[in-house]
Each structure stands twice: as structure tokens, then as C-alpha cells.
Ligand binder design. Structure first.
Ligand code: PLP
Length: 419
């Protein structure tokens, strides 16, 4: 396979380029040191040492004890494992999560519901924020776990996990957070956060796909999800993916180093991109709160166009962006995240996410700002959604927002009655 032509990569929330330093760290474990870390002879044992060194590196990233880190295959497995463990160890049958989680939670919740468990999907406000009072009301005596993401992958909106965890503690309920989008962007300190479980996925921090971690707070009862050998201190069966683990460790060190760059240079690039789009392309609006938000994410609705068409034309000039989670690409439904925020379905279908990273440059932002406006204009010129069509009421955004507010008010009234 040939290397791709120059691409302008603005989809870092989907996955990230593997850092050259990470590739260099991994190669010896593919080529020379391919022993099984569980083997007793030194060819295996020396590999084991490097797995443990990587465990120390990722533990430093999240301020945990290395013993609290279990390597998994991905963020999805980490989320599933935390919820599964809570249900098994508590024997309780109710889960609280939110309507804007990644499909790793939404679809696992649906799987559980089909098997008789109860799952509450908390609604969010129109700016994507979470009402903690609503969370408090949702926790019941039979609640096994509250699983709330830290930062949303589509809008970048940040939830107050420290407060969520404190609430869970006060109610004696386990707390998990999906922190997959946060490394290198937010400072992660599991002790300060106070969560019982936390998920990460290496491919979001310039390491390879197929490796993740689950933090399990010391003394938390744990029941494995992948059952097999005694690897990972009995918490996850399966021979360790050594090269990936070593790469994850190296990437964790780099992520700590890039925290200030993401919050200064990358944030400035994101802001320039977003401000220019909003001020130079008419009928555009940001989806989600401006703050608190990840420094790299901009989600913009372009009225009167379909995001899929925008993405296709951007692709033709080498720009990679997305219309939401890569895991739901191809679905004709509007984003479940934007829908849960009460965004008008037509507006949701015209929404594009740009997610930046440390490899983006000013020149790349200039390139997008040069190509995007004519693409939007071209599509609007031929769009049947254009307001030039007088009886087009597909963009009744005020109506959609009013309906969302009404739905929230009804839900609130029902909670009061239930309480
Ligand atoms: N959680 C969030 C917030 C994500 O953005 C993703 C990936 O897009 C995942 C979980 C799933 O991670 P993985 O692809 O490693 O399974």
C-alpha cells in the first residue's frame, strides 16, 4: 500500500496519527522481543518488564497506582467491563448513564435492557450540559453504577465528573467515567476525580488501535468481563498485546508533555477555525456549550446542507472531518448526541465536527478556511432545503428547542411526582 497523498486531518476525536516516537518504541517488540510475558524463561520475563514499565507510564498519566491499571483491547471493552463488573459484584440491576454517551455505552445499555436490566439514560440540556439534580433523582437503591462520560466525543462538552463522583459516593453507588477523549487535553487525576472506574483508549492519544485501559480503584470489587488466563492479575484473560502496550506507555508520556500545547496552540487553532466559520459563513451555529469544552473540538451546524455532502467535497480536497462519531458513520439517523440536545433534525444532519490535534498547523487551518466556504455555497445553491423554497419549515429550530424545553419540563415534573 502506498502512503496516502497529503491529507488535512481534522478528525482527531475519531483516531489519531501514531506518533513516530511510539512506532519506534513498539518495533523491537514486534521484531525481536516477541516472547510471551507470562513465560518463565528470561526471553519472556524481559518482555514482562516492559509491560510493567508501560503500566507505570499510563498510571502516571492518570495519577493512579500501576496496580489499579488493567490493560484491555479498547475503550469499548473498558466501558463494558466496568458496567458488567458493577452489576455482577453488587447484584443490583439498574444502571444510570446519559443519552449522549458513545455507542460503547448506549448499545451496551440496550443489550442489558433486553436481558431484564434497567437503564436510565439521563437527558441533557440544549447546550449539552448535565443537570446534576436530575442525576441525583435518577439514583435508586437498586442502582449498581453511574457511568457518565467526562468529555463528549462529538461536541467536546465536559461534564463535572468530580461532582458526579461525589454524588455517587454520598449515595453509596459505584461511579465510572469514560475519559477516552481527555488524555493530553485535560489533566487526569483519578484521586481528585474520585471515580471507581475510568476508561481510556490508546488510539486517541497517538498510540495504536486495539489497546485500552480500565482503572479500577484499589479495594473495588471486580469481576472480569474477558474470562480466561490469569493475566492482568486475574482481571482480564488473554495474552497481553505487548507492542501495543509498550506504545501506549510511550504515548502516555507524550500526552503529559503535550497538555500545555493542546491547551494553548491547539486551542487557538480551533478557536480561529470556529470563529472564522461562524463569522464568515452565514447560517452557521456552534453545537454545544462554548465552555467547558475540550480545547480541540468544534462542532458546527451548516443550515440547508447535508453534512455527508460537505464531507464528500472536503474529502475531494484532502480534508478529513466527520459528522459525529466514526462508530455511527453510515447511519442515516441524525446524531443521537445532537438529537438529545434538542437540535432540530435538519440542523443535526448538517453538522460537521472538526477535531484538531498537536500535528495540525496554521497553514492547515488556512487551507480549510479557503476550501470550506465555496463548498458550503455550492451545496446551498443546489439545496432543496434552501429557504428560497418559501414553504420550507424544516428549520423550525425555535420550535425544536421549545419542544426540547417542554420535554425536559415534563421529565422534571414526573421526577417530582415520583420523588
Ligand atoms: N468512548 C468515547 C467517548 C469515544 O470517543 C470512543 C471512540 O470513539 C470510545 C469510547 C470507544 O473507544 P474504542 O474505539 O477504543 O473502542
Amino acid at each position: 500500500m502506498n502512503a496516502p497523498a497529503k491529507i488535512y486531518y481534522f478528525d482527531n476525536n475519531a483516531t489519531t496519527r501514531v506518533a513516530p516516537e511510539v512506532v519506534d518504541a513498539m518495533v523491537p517488540f514486534l521484531r525481536d522481543f516477541w516472547g510471551n510475558p507470562s513465560s518463565a524463561y528470561s526471553f519472556g520475563a524481559q518482555v514482562h518488564t516492559h509491560v510493567e514499565q508501560a503500566r507505570e507510564q499510563v498510571a502516571a498519566l492518570i495519577h493512579s497506582d500501576p496496580k489499579e491499571v488493567t490493560f484491555t483491547s479498547c475503550g469499548t471493552e473498558s466501558n463494558n467491563s466496568a458496567i458488567h463488573s458493577a452489576l455482577v459484584t453488587t447484584g443490583k440491576r439498574h444502571v444510570v448513564t446519559t443519552a449522549v454517551e458513545h455507542s460503547a455505552n448506549i448499545n451496551f445499555g440496550e443489550f442489558l435492557q433486553k436481558r431484564g436490566y434497567e437503564v436510565t439514560y439521563l437527558p441533557v440540556e440544549s447546550d449539552g450540559s448535565l443537570d446534576l439534580h436530575r442525576l441525583e433523582q435518577a439514583i435508586r437503591p437498586d442502582t449498581a453504577i453511574v457511568s457518565v462520560m467526562w468529555a463528549n466525543n462529538e461536541t467536546g462538552v465536559i461534564f463535572p465528573i468530580e461532582e458526579v463522583a461525589a454524588l455517587c459516593r454520598s449515595k453509596g453507588v459505584l461511579c465510572h467515567t469514560d475519559a477516552v477523549q481527555t488524555p493530553g487535553k485535560l489533566k487526569i487525576d483519578v484521586q481528585q476525580l474520585g471515580v471507581d472506574f475510568l476508561s481510556l483508549s490508546a488510539h486517541k492519544l497517538h498510540a495504536p488501535k486495539g489497546i485500552g485501559l480500565l482503572y479500577v480503584k484499589r479495594r473495588t470489587k471486580f469481576s472480569p468481563y474477558v474470562i480466561g488466563g490469569h493475566q492482568e492479575r486475574g482481571r482480564r484473560g488473554g495474552t497481553e498485546s505487548v507492542a501495543n502496550i509498550v506504545g501506549f506507555g510511550r504515548a502516555a508520556v507524550l500526552a503529559m508533555d503535550s497538555l500545555s500545547e493542546e491547551n494553548s496552540r491547539v486551542r487557538a487553532l480551533r478557536d480561529r477555525l470556529e470563529n472564522h466559520i461562524l463569522s464568515h459563513i452565514p447560517n452557521t451555529v456552534r453545537n454545544g456549550a462554548k465552555e467547558p469544552r475540550l480545547p480541540n473540538t468544534a462542532n458546527v451546524a451548516f443550515d440547508f446542507v447535508e453534512a455527508e455532502a460537505v464531507l464528500m467535497l472536503l474529502d475531494q480536497v484532502g480534508i478529513c472531518a466527520s459528522s459525529g462519531s466514526a462508530c455511527t458513520t453510515g447511519s442515516l439517523d441524525p446524531s443521537h448526541v445532537l438529537t438529545a440536545m434538542g437540535v432540530n433534525p435538519m440542523r443535526a444532519r448538517g453538522s460537521v465536527r472538526f477535531s484538531l490535534g498537536i500535528y495540525n498547523t496554521d497553514e492547515e487551518v488556512d487551507y480549510v478556511l479557503k476550501h470550506l466556504p465555496p463548498i458550503i455555497q455550492k451545496l446551498r445553491d443546489i439545496s432543496p432545503l434552501n429557504p428560497a423554497h418559501p414553504d420550507n419549515d424544516a428549520y423550525d429550530t425555535a420550535g425544536a428547542r421549545a419542544k426540547h424545553e417542554q420535554d425536559l419540563a415534563i421529565a422534571k415534573a414526573e421526577e417530582v411526582v415520583a420523588a
